[in-house]
Design a binder for this molecule. Structure first.
Ligand code: HAM
Length: 435
């Protein structure tokens, strides 16, 4: 039987048309990271499973990792997320590195999930993290970097929202107000994480399985909070407002910087990964067509501990390429990437011009132009149609005129045409640069 031409389930082939989009997304990610002075890093595709077991959480380990035992009896996994690798790398250099550390990466990750809109098995994730920042300021920088990223993509506050919460606050409500035991609190975290993904009856049932009626009503009041000011009132009424001080300062600073229109307090945001200890957030498309989070992140204070290193607080996020592309397509924010972006289609019509044409292509490329050379002579009546179908704006035809070889360059949209000597390289460049 013939082999299938399809890629492995949940993974994607990137043909040039998809690769142009991916390159565009990655270039926007790098541009944002660089404008905030974050530096690129990368790590290995495989890590020992115990690295993920230490902090990532049960769902990732039990249901989603691609793991195997290597020839040396090591239990390894293809990276399902980047944060544990990042923490391991930071742990090995942070003592001798100036703080804060500002790092970013765009790794491919694999998770065994049911492929559906916004979910695949191999995705690329823009990771941006800062380590060793003073309290509040690192959180605010990460939130403002996110807003800057979306603004660069021409997205506005009607299109996306950063939903925020704080694990310290949720912990205080669980421990001090609801007096939950550790295992009950852990289960309730998982319930909140699923609160928006299930209907009211299912949610009610999940809560009733963990909480008695009196605690259930307090918990439901918590889930009904709709902004950070209501949260503050709720906490004050239960004498818990101390635990919200840092969170409120983050919100205040965001307000002063004009970021608040993009940010919304949401009690159901707690994050599925176990290592978060402070601010947590997820970014959602406000168009209901895209229900999956575009990004998720938060602050984690104790990841260094697993390497026996002194604590160094980190804050960051991961933003998926699939969900970002869905978002940009839904809001018609992707630029026209139907064609490759070359500068010039270069051809000749008579065999004797072959070498002159090839040489001209080499010289123009040395000047930094992206030149598509037609291989072999071309019939005159095919040239413009071919160049247009490939998305070129300029066509150059090497031909004999008035007894010597010249190059005619035509601007296809304006129909403007000009003849140049083959040695007029800077004039040719200027004609094309004018576009
Ligand atoms: P996460 O919430 O697991 O966080 O993933 C972050 C984002 O990656 C998601 O919001 C989504 O856009 C994308 N993503 C995750 N899984 C898939 C999938 N199966 N298919 C398509 N896209 C997916 C983390 O991974 C944290 N390590 C992020 C982080 C960095 N926190 C602090 N620093």
């Amino acid at each position: 039987m013939a082999l299938s031409k399809k890629p492995y389930k949940g993974s994607r082939d990137f043909f040039p048309s998809e690769m142009r989009i991916r390159d565009y997304l990655f270039s926007q990610m790098r541009k944002t990271a660089h404008s905030f002075a974050y530096e690129a890093y990368d790590g290995p595709l495989l890590e020992e499973v115990k690295l993920y077991k230490a902090k990532s959480g049960e769902e990732l380990i039990n249901e989603q990792i691609y793991d195997f035992t290597d020839r040396g009896e090591r239990h390894v996994a293809i990276r399902p997320e980047m944060t544990p690798t990042l923490a391991r790398m930071v742990a090995s250099v942070h003592r001798q590195t100036a703080k804060p550390l500002r790092w970013y990466a765009i790794p491919n990750l694999m998770r065994y999930e049911k492929p559906q809109r916004g979910r695949v098995r191999e995705h690329w994730q823009f990771n941006v993290d800062i380590f060793g920042a003073p309290p509040v300021l690192g959180e605010v920088e990460i939130l403002s970097l996110i807003v800057h990223f979306f603004k660069n993509l021409k997205a506005d506050q009607t299109m996306f929202s950063i939903l925020v919460n704080d694990r310290k606050i949720v912990d205080a409500i669980f421990n001090e107000l609801l007096q939950l035991k550790d295992d009950e609190a852990y289960k309730l975290y998982k319930v909140i994480d699923k609160a928006k993904k299930v209907d009211d009856a299912a949610l009610d049932k999940m809560i009733s399985d963990i909480l008695a009626d009196d605690k259930k009503s307090v918990f439901k009041n918590y889930l009904a909070l709709s902004n950070h000011l209501e949260l503050l009132e709720f906490l004050k009424s239960h004498k818990l407002s101390d635990q919200a001080q840092e969170f409120m300062k983050i919100m205040e600073n965001c307000e002063q910087l004009g970021l608040l229109p993009y940010i919304q307090y949401d009690p159901t945001i707690v994050r599925g990964l176990d290592y978060y200890t402070g601010l947590v957030f997820e970014i959602f498309d406000l168009n209901p067509e895209n229900r999956r989070a575009i990004a998720g992140g938060g602050a984690y204070a104790s990841l260094m501990k697993i390497f026996d290193e002194p604590e160094l607080p980190g804050i960051g996020f991961g933003l998926g390429d699939v969900t970002l592309k869905d978002f940009l397509e839904t809001h018609k924010l992707l630029p026209d990437l139907a064609h490759a972006s070359n500068d010039l289609f270069l051809c000749h019509t008579e065999d004797q011009e072959l070498i002159a044409t090839q040489k001209l292509a080499l010289v123009l490329r040395e000047q930094g132009l992206k030149v598509e050379l037609n291989l072999g002579k071309m019939k005159f009546n095919k040239i413009f149609k071919t160049a247009e179908s490939k998305g070129h704006q300029y066509v150059a035809i090497v031909e004999e005129k008035d007894g010597h070889v010249q190059v005619q360059i035509k601007n296809l949209p304006t129909r403007e045409a000009k003849f140049f000597q083959l040695s007029d390289i800077s004039e040719i460049q200027n004609f094309i640069k004018d576009k």
